[in-house]
Design a protein around this ligand. Structure first.
Ligand code: NDP
Ligand code: 8X3
Length: 251
């Protein structure tokens, strides 16, 4: 039986790599994001391997998120795997200097957006007593680091929601997984530093970060276990990273 996955944040980084990995493994795809030209390009690329449908919505918009997911054609409506990946950090400032717009973005996208998408997808999983939700958390949701304050809070919330979902959905036979990466070089730091690519590059100076493909491999491992096995949580670090603040750098 062919499975269908809905991936948020499929236009870049971890979500994009996950879409490609899933397609190579024969998973039909509902790809979500706000940058339509990227969704179109990805649909053209992966459409050669599997069935692909794209949805353009901002996860901050509860009504549009619900409407777009409800608009899925019949053949894409049964979501077997939900990858809640859309998310970003905005800024890296001491709490007393933080900007309200950045705080709102992180809470609205990383926490509330994940909830809105989940609310739109979970009912059909509950009805079928089958499904797998994979939330992309972070090392930042396991330990707080200097200036990480609100981003860390948003990822601690994802960790709590993952655990809560696992409890509440247990009786419905739904697997819930969190994949918690450390440093991954994607557009993440460019977004965090609002387009300052030099500052973004400096985050990974003298060390080898994870690639989006490294994370996608682990997401696929979790998604492809037998029915009785749930990979509950994974902390995935680059070898050079011991924790949020200890990173071995060369030069
Ligand atoms: P990218 O910036 O490369 O990708 C972020 C994705 O999220 C994009 O596809 C973007 O799509 C989507 N997105 C952002 N905001 C919204 C929104 N409001 N509505 C819909 N989609 C949105 O970063 P990563 O791939 O690194 O990040 C993916 C996840 O991994 C995030 O949850 C992040 O917190 C987490 N993570 C990242 C780590 C890292 O070091 N890179 C480490 C640990 C966790 P579009 O702009 O088209 O909407
Ligand atoms: C992203 C990893 O360490 O920049 O979640 O917070 S970190």
């Amino acid at each position: 039986m062919t499975l269908t996955a809905l991936i948020t944040g499929a236009t870049s980084g971890i979500g994009l790599a996950t879409a490609r990995t899933f397609a190579r493994n024969g998973i039909d795809l509902v790809l979500c994001g706000r940058r339509q030209e990227r969704l179109d390009a990805l649909a053209a690329e992966l459409g050669a391997l599997v069935r692909v449908h794209t949805l353009n919505f901002d996860v901050r918009d509860a009504d549009d998120t619900a409407a777009k997911i409800a608009s899925l054609p019949e053949s894409f409506r049964q979501i077997d795997i939900l990858v809640n990946n859309a998310g970003n950090a905005y800024g890296l400032m001491p709490i007393q200097e933080g900007e309200i717009a950045d705080w709102d973005a992180m809470i609205d996208i990383n926490v509330k957006g994940l909830l809105y998408v989940s609310k739109a997808v979970i009912p059909q999983m509950v009805e079928r007593k089958r499904g797998h939700i994979i939330n992309i958390g972070s090392l930042a949701g396991q330990e707080v680091y200097p200036n990480g304050n609100v981003y860390c809070a948003s990822k601690f919330a994802v960790d709590a929601l993952t655990k809560g979902m696992r409890i509440d959905l247990n009786q419905h036979n739904i697997k819930v997984t969190s994949i918690n990466p450390g440093m991954v070089e994607t557009e993440f730091s460019v977004v965090r530093f609002k387009g300052d690519t030099e500052r973004a590059k400096n985050v990974y100076r003298g060390m080898t970060p994870l690639t989006a493909e490294d994370v996608a491999d682990v997401i696929w491992f979790a998604a492809s276990r037998p029915a009785h096995v749930n990979v509950a949580e994974v902390l995935l670090l680059p070898t050079a990273q011991a924790n949020s603040t200890i990173v071995k750098r060369e030069g």
